[in-house]
Design a protein around this ligand. Structure first.
Ligand code: SF4
Length: 684
């Protein structure tokens, strides 16, 4: 609605998956400000990214405004018409499909784009390309959550709403999560809860700010989460603190779990994790005895070669004490990007149609074949992290990347670049000339969240509206129309649908979204899936009567070391992560001068003792080298990290952390081990 000559448009933040609601203030087709709204997950709060980093990029003069085609010989891009660019894409992908088969093509969806975009992208890949090689960047952040929670509980999503786990709970156990930087509005709510008397256990190798206010900070060695959880369970069982009734009535596999965890004595776990044995015992007792005690976790659990087992260990822990399926409890992943939950829900996954319906289930495939009027592949596709090695081997020849910048965000940058250069044809659809875009044969200018209608699903499975606030100035097109253009040109004719019509199609094919529509959301309803029919109020808490898989499954996970540990040549552990002021590859936050002023270049945290030994002072330039490459960054000396450990953000182009990281993968979810690789440090 309108105040004076300024329009207020209620929408959802485009950065993290907290899903804060705010108003875009629009004057003369320009967004001039952001004002907080009373959304269910933010209750009038916003962080600095949402408040200040959500509109400069929309108005940015750097926006791609025309399709571009690259001359492979000179590397130069030239402007092209939409017809020329789209015809070229259809011809090249068509030739590759004809010559090498449909499985030589792949597509990545954008976890920053609405559900409706992600749905249409996976439809394009499945129906027009003819393959299940479709994925999204959950692969490199929370795919271990999707796999681990699905295997143990039957649903790969956060069990409880944000308000339910931060309001009126007795204890919060925060594992591998730094919400004050990565999910700041959730961080604020945790801090408020602690101020009201909620106990806090922080399990993190770094001395994050919330650790200073915690009752217990378990400063475990990076990569030892599974041993930690097994140790907690060992203590809980041996001290008679397990919820035997819950275990008996609601779970299976407890005997197998007991057999595994009996070896994880407090002393042995304290040694593996390099922590204090009494602290571990105290944490186990506090967690088991607290009535309402949610586990909240993030990428410190998932981004390991044992990431899925780390997630399953947390399910084991919550089930042993019966703290799941109840208010104020549960296992709660904080998903990364604003719509990474939605990108997964919409079937931008190689083994799942929308709503996690399996591509290997004949009945499901037949349903989609009938609805989409096409023959579909029954073969699960490649995970995004397997697409790059496959491109180097020439098994993937054509790739469509929608709104992702894997050169910056994926591990082992050198290998990613080699893979992109190996492709016969690369298409990008994006807002800006990203690092990845430079390798594209065709770049298509897409639209931002402020220029389209749709929905985002936040970390708590809440589907919220994204609303058009401004009209694009340039030749950019709606991304759903672009995908429809390509489908039409590749011989799979489709009508151009509005976002609300696309959501209706999603609802008709996806049982968990069956009752979700723009109409209900616009009428003010707030819906968390599963929402199976149009009278259903949505499901705030999962697994209340029974688990989505029937019985909760205890998965006996043994501790395994990280794949690349320090040695004489590379004596330090490197962890990577995000800072408060920026989001991932900085395509959006990097275009807000105030945010860049606050935080504009890379750094590496080094422990004071290590710095002294190496003759490094705070602010010195340091050369960081792993087995994959070198970068030069600035030392930030202190005690935030332990001796022998380091941490650096991955956003900054002056020293991309992912030049150093290791692309070794978790065996279940194929998630890379960003949180542990070995480096050496020299004064530059
Ligand atoms: Fe946006 Fe996340 Fe900040 Fe909320 S916490 S304003 S969703 S970046």
């Amino acid at each position: 609605y309108q105040t004076g000559n300024v329009n207020r448009v209620l929408t959802t933040c485009p950065h993290c998956a907290t899903g804060c609601q705010f108003y875009l203030m629009v004057k003369d087709n320009k967004i001039v400000d952001v004002q907080p709204a009373e959304g269910p997950s933010n209750r009038g709060l916003l962080c600095v990214k949402g408040r200040f980093g959500s509109f400069n990029f929309v108005n940015s003069p750097d926006r791609l405004k025309h399709p571009l085609i690259r001359n492979r010989e000179t590397g130069e891009f030239r402007e092209a018409s939409w017809d020329e660019a789209l015809d070229l894409i259809a011809m090249k992908f068509g030739e590759i499909k004809e010559r090498y088969g449909a499985d030589s093509l792949a597509g990545f969806a954008c976890s920053r784009s609405p559900n409706e975009d992600c749905y249409m992208l996976q439809k394009m890949v499945r129906c027009a390309f003819g393959t299940n090689n479709v994925d999204n960047c959950a692969r490199v952040c929370h795919s271990a959550t999707v796999a681990g929670l699905a295997m143990t509980l039957g649903s790969g999503a956060m069990t409880n709403p944000i308000g339910d786990i931060t309001n009126d709970v007795d204890l919060i156990m925060l594992v591998g999560s730094n919400p004050e930087e990565a999910h700041p509005v959730i961080g604020m709510q945790i801090r408020q809860a602690v101020a009201r008397g909620t106990h806090l256990i922080v399990v993190d190798p770094r001395k994050i700010r919330l650790a200073k206010d915690a009752d217990i900070h378990i400063r475990l060695k990076p990569g030892t989460n599974v041993a930690f959880a097994n140790g907690m369970i060992n203590i809980i069982i041996n001290e008679g603190l397990a919820d035997e009734k819950f275990i008996r009535e609601r779970t299976e596999g407890f005997e197998e779990l007991k057999e595994i965890v009996k070896d994880y004595t407090p002393e042995k776990v304290a040694e593996i994790c390099n922590i204090d044995v009494d602290q571990l015992c105290e944490a186990a007792r506090m967690y088991a005895k607290a009535k309402k005690a949610p586990i909240i976790y993030c990428l410190g659990v998932t981004e390991h070669s044992s990431g899925t087992e780390g997630v399953m260990s947390l399910s084991n822990l919550a089930m042993v004490v019966g703290k799941i399926g109840k208010s104020g409890c549960g296992v709660n992943p904080l998903r990364g990007q604003n719509n990474v939950q939605g990108a997964c829900d919409m079937g931008a996954l190689p083994g799942d149609f929308p709503g996690y319906q399996k591509v290997t289930n004949e009945r499901v495939v037949e349903k989609f074949e009938k609805a989409w009027n096409v023959k579909l592949s029954r073969k699960p596709g490649l995970h995004a992290t397997d697409v790059f090695p496959a491109a180097v081997r020439k098994e993937i020849r054509g790739l469509f990347i929608f709104g992702e910048d894997p050169v910056v965000s994926d591990p082992d940058q050198g290998h990613v670049i080699k893979a992109l250069e190996s492709l016969d044809f690369l298409v990008l659809c994006d807002l800006f000339m990203t690092k990845t875009a430079k390798y594209a044969d065709v770049i298509l200018p897409g639209t931002s969240y402020a220029e389209k209608e749709g929905t985002f699903s936040n970390t708590e499975r809440r589907v919220q509206r994204v609303r058009k606030a401004v009209t694009v100035e340039g030749e950019m097109r709606l991304d759903t129309d672009i995908f429809t253009d390509i489908m039409n040109r590749m011989g799979y004719p489709q009508p151009y649908l509005r976002a609300d019509e696309i959501m209706d199609e999603i609802a008709s094919l996806t049982p968990s979204f069956g009752g979700i529509s723009h109409k209900r959301l616009d009428a003010g309803e707030s819906l968390q899936w599963p929402c199976p029919d149009k009278n259903h109020p949505g499901t705030p808490i999962l697994h209340t009567e029974k688990f989505a898989r029937g019985l909760g499954l205890f998965y006996p996970a043994p501790y395994r070391e990280s794949m690349e540990l320090p040695d004489d040549d590379y004596p330090f552990i490197l962890m990577t992560g995000r800072v408060l002021y920026h989001y991932n590859a900085m395509a959006m936050t990097g275009r807000t001068p105030g945010l860049v002023e606050k935080s504009g270049s890379s750094f590496i945290e080094i422990n004071t003792e290590d710095a002294l030994r190496l003759g490094i002072s705070d602010g010195d330039s340091v050369k960081l080298t792993s087995r994959r490459g070198s970068v030069v960054s600035k030392a930030r000396v202190g005690d935030k990290v332990s001796v022998g450990e380091t941490w650096m953000p991955f956003h900054f182009s002056d020293a991309f952390a992912n030049v150093l990281t290791n692309a070794v993968l978790d065996k279940f979810a194929r998630i890379p081990e960003y949180k542990v690789c070995a480096i050496k440090i020299e004064k530059a």
